[in-house]
Design a protein around this ligand. Structure first.
Ligand code: MG
Length: 169
């Protein structure tokens, strides 16, 4: 495997674990705020990010490439209001999309078609992640300011259940 592609894939393990840690912190924020549905939604998001990290980990191992685990950064964001958390989530997903695109571009440059095919799933996944984050912001804009509506939205988010990623390596 090309050295740059290898380095970027290895870094992405860390970035995905950081995403899990960040969303766990978001879940923690909403648990403190008494919004258990929002806490559940971000807890499941954290589980999905851990799965993403493991897919990169597994892919490198399958390709007989060395995996190096690095320190996971501290989630250090503080929020003035609930909406700030949702917006930070969308910004983070846009950032992750840029990372996936960067790896894809590096793989494309060296005609690493297998890595490109592996990354195809993540390209689609990032589209869904951004849509989900956007939808949550829209719902919060519509319903967040009225306590009864916020309660209903919280109930809706409480119903989100975890499912394993559709990509199997
Ligand atoms: Mg991810």
């Amino acid at each position: 495997m090309d050295a740059k592609v290898h380095e970027l894939l290895n870094q992405q393990i860390n970035k995905e674990f950081y995403s899990a840690y960040l969303y766990l912190d978001f879940s923690n924020y909403f648990e403190d705020a008494g919004l258990d549905g929002f806490a559940n939604w971000y807890m499941i998001q954290a589980q999905e990010e851990r799965d993403h990290a493991m897919l990169f980990y597994q892919y490198l191992q399958n390709e007989n490439q060395k995996v190096t685990l690095d320190a996971i950064a501290k989630p250090d964001k503080t929020f003035a209001e609930h909406m700030d958390v949702l917006k930070a989530g969308l910004e983070h997903e846009k950032y992750v999309t840029s990372l996936i695109n960067e790896i894809y571009a590096a793989a494309y440059d060296v005609k690493d078609f297998r890595t490109m095919q592996f990354l195809d799933w993540f390209v689609k996944e990032q589209g869904e992640e951004e849509t989900n984050a956007n939808d949550l912001i829209t719902k919060m804009e519509l319903f967040g300011s009225d306590p009864k509506s916020l309660y209903m939205l919280n109930q809706e988010l409480a119903a989100r259940v975890y499912s394993a990623p559709s990509l199997v390596l």
